[in-house]
Ligand binder design. Structure first.
Ligand code: PLP
Length: 490
């Protein structure tokens, strides 16, 4: 284990500053002169006292201790770690965007409202559903909004439906948000092809079901060819269809949830539409809905008046209200809009085709290189935007776990793929190369994986002890997740 990095509080010296203020030329005001007593702090906040070079070096040093997309291939399945074009950063940093106050009067934020309105229209077109709210700040918050909309829709019709059907391949946020909305999850089994088990769905689609939450292509990277039958079973039971569109990377300009019979879809702007993500935000999880769900959509809504100007409208008496303050993470809207406009309709379709091609190229290369002996495909011959392998033979024959393999990849300069998800695949390894990677990168990754397996066949201990070249070695990931120490005791 390398030496502990000092925290920012352990650096600097009393009185040291990173800036020099001009002398005060207005009367000084003490907080106690203007604030009510109960709002005053008991003591001054403890802040680091550091020079600017100390701050810069501290955070640059920290950033170098992590693995990032700007320095290497990051095939983290289901997370769509694609390159974030720098153009978007430039546009988002324009003062008119970056300095816009969330409480700005709509009359003086016409450009921002127009951008939001246009982004809504573009997302509506991609989803095949006419009405959009940009408000939710994460895919999971979009799901929560969708679950609340589902509840409102049924309640308005006088129906108390409390079950939500969720396939066993679903992302963990699906059941979590359903529970947060006060609804109950019912798991639907997958069939031998990795799609929804139609017989199980039919048996569970009863009069208590509010909706089916489906990801298509699902987290196995497979498009469910039975989607028309699935839609007809769910609609036949009086329930609605919710589409987890966190990852639209395989289907943009090719298929639309609205055309498949879905009433609600959420997007992850921070995945498909490029945003720096993975550090916890900011993100955006807009949702698009059909006509019958529209009355319940969140407020305020961005509207275009007859004279072509824009406003925020609160006039929706059946709306579920707000799911967050202000309008959402505006910077993510700017980046997503820049992405959509710079690519255009043909470019977005090309993104999807290339993402699918890259994933299938990797799948084929790994099969060709004999990787399949230890890491066979979990389901199907071909995949969509991501591929899922099973490390079950690796564990059985070499006593190496998928986790060991993932850690060893770090020594070869690659971020590990997603491991142990989807849950129904034993020792799952899930790779999502995305469209922004070159053939050379995919080849180098396949070569590394092949080399690691060859090395493991000779000496399994090497993989079990990996990584060796990173600032920290094997971490206790369960403790890190369950007992995080986010701040040194002062
Ligand atoms: C399939 C799927 N659904 C939902 C989500 C949740 O999105 P978020 O992390 O923005 O809450 C993710 C996130 O990775 C996902 O992959």
């Amino acid at each position: 284990m390398s030496e502990r990095t000092l925290t920012i509080f352990e650096r600097g010296a009393p009185g040291r500053r990173a800036f020099a203020c001009p002398a005060l030329d207005v009367p000084a005001v003490k907080p106690s002169d203007v604030l009510p007593r109960d709002l005053l702090r008991a003591r001054e906040p403890l802040l680091p006292e550091v020079s600017e070079p100390e701050i810069v070096r501290h955070y640059v040093r920290l950033s170098k201790r992590n693995f990032d997309l700007d320095s290497g291939f990051y095939p983290l399945g289901s997370c769509t770690m694609k390159h974030n074009p720098r153009l978007h950063e430039r546009v988002a940093a324009l003062p008119g965007h970056a300095r816009l106050h969330p409480l700005q009067d709509p009359e003086r934020a016409q450009g921002a409202l127009e951008l939001m309105w246009r982004l809504e229209r573009a997302l509506a077109e991609l989803a095949g559903l006419a009405h959009v709210s940009l408000q939710p700040s994460a895919g999971s918050q979009g799901e929560l909004a969708g679950a609340l909309l589902t509840r409102a829709y049924h309640a308005h019709r006088g129906e108390q439906r409390h079950k939500v059907l969720i396939p066993d391949t679903a992302h963990g946020t699906n059941p979590a948000t359903v529970a947060m909305a006060g609804l109950q999850t019912v798991t639907v089994r997958s069939n031998s092809e990795g799609g929804v088990d139609i017989a199980d769905l039919r048996a569970k689609a009863d009069a208590d079901v509010a909706c089916l939450m489906l990801t298509n292509p699902n987290t196995l990277g497979l498009f469910d060819a039975n989607i028309a039958e699935i839609a007809s079973i769910v609609h036949g039971a009086g329930a609605i269809l919710y589409y987890d569109g966190a990852n639209l990377n395989a289907v943009m300009g090719i298929s639309r949830p609205g055309d498949m019979g879905f009433d609600i879809v959420h997007f992850n702007l921070h995945k498909t539409f490029t945003q720096p993500h993975g550090g916890g935000g900011p993100g955006a999880g807009p949702i698009a809905v059909s006509e019958r769900i529209e009355p319940y959509l969140m407020i305020p809504r961005v509207v275009r008046r007859e004279d072509g100007s824009f406003d925020l409208s609160y006039d929706a008496p059946e709306s579920i209200g707000r799911v967050r303050g202000f309008q959402g993470n505006y910077g993510t809207f700017v980046r997503a809009y820049a992405y959509i406009r710079s690519l255009g309709a043909a470019g977005l379709k090309d993104v999807s085709e290339t993402a699918v091609l890259n994933a299938n190229y990797l799948l084929a290369r790994l099969a060709r290189d004999g990787v399949a002996q230890y890491l066979p495909r979990a389901y199907g011959e071909l995949c969509m935007h991501e591929l899922v392998l099973s490390g079950a033979p690796l564990k059985r024959d070499l006593k190496i776990r998928t986790l060991d393999l993932a850690k060893r990849l770090l020594d070869f300069g690659f971020h590990p793929p997603t491991v142990y998800f989807p849950l129904l695949v034993e020792e799952a390894l899930m790779l999502e190369p995305t469209e922004t990677e070159t053939k050379e990168t995919l080849d180098a990754f396949a070569d590394a994986l092949t080399a690691i397996l060859r090395e493991a066949a000779e000496d399994p201990e090497i993989a079990r002890g990996a990584p060796y070249t990173t600032p920290v070695r094997r971490l206790d990931e369960v403790a890190a997740a369950k007992q995080p120490v986010v701040r040194e005791a002062l």
